[in-house]
Design a protein around this ligand. Structure first.
Ligand SMILES: [Zn+2]
Length: 219
């Protein structure tokens, strides 16, 4: 049981393992495949330029899968923790589904984008809610500026969102928790010290984290 003081500030990072428990497959990462395409071939700016219909077909499939998924106990526990800590908790997720929001989390930062949002690939129009699917032969919608509407996703080769805010929050936080991120098993994972409490294989809690230790997890 963790003792939380009134001045503690949390940063929580959640990754694909949390969504997987709700039946959302893990595509990102080495060896990820969809219909014999490597994921990099359908989730990159290059793929978008070469074959935007294929890209939308992939994301339409992902929207359909995610649309029927339900939050699991991890999502619900984190929403409860936010209710307790309010603005002293920043939930940063690598997941693009909306299961944290469905569970009741409000302060969620989607560093890899959001599956149910789209944006223009040309102008700076803000991302907007979009639950539509665009399977071929459906036309890819266009923006008023003439640009094409693309998924609001951080693709391979693009910079994750809100890194400044994450960096700042890591500076301020007294507790860091990572749940379901593959980074935990890679060399970049933080070195456990006497303040680290490994709860099980998939949850890591670090007290008084050193930012340079946990920063590599935010990829
Ligand atoms: Zn536009």
């Amino acid at each position: 049981m963790l003792a939380i003081s009134p001045t503690d500030r949390f940063v929580v990072l959640t990754g694909a393992g949390v969504s997987a428990e709700s039946g959302i497959p893990t595509f990102r990462g080495v060896g990820g495949l969809w219909r014999n395409y490597r994921i990099e071939e359908v989730a990159s700016p290059h793929a978008w330029r070469r074959d935007p219909r294929l890209v939308w077909e992939f994301y339409s499939m992902r929207r359909k899968v995610a649309a029927s998924a339900k939050p699991n106990p991890a999502h619900i526990a984190l929403a409860n923790l936010e209710r307790l800590l309010r603005e002293r908790l920043l939930l940063c997720t690598q997941n693009v589904d909306d299961l944290h929001e469905q569970a009741g989390s409000k302060n969620v930062l989607h560093m890899h984008g959001e599956l149910f949002k789209s944006r223009c690939d040309t102008c700076s129009r803000a991302p907007f809610q979009d639950r539509n699917t665009y399977d071929p032969p459906a036309e890819i919608p266009h923006c008023e500026c003439g640009g094409r509407i693309r998924p609001h996703i951080c693709w391979f080769g693009e910079v994750p969102f809100e890194l400044d805010r994450i960096f700042h929050a890591l500076e301020q936080c007294t507790m860091f928790m990572a749940v379901g991120t593959s980074g935990l098993v890679e060399p970049a994972s933080p070195q456990p010290n006497e303040n680290t409490q490994p709860l099980n294989n998939r949850i890591l809690v670090t007290l008084k984290p050193r930012r340079d230790h946990v920063w590599p997890l935010f990829r």
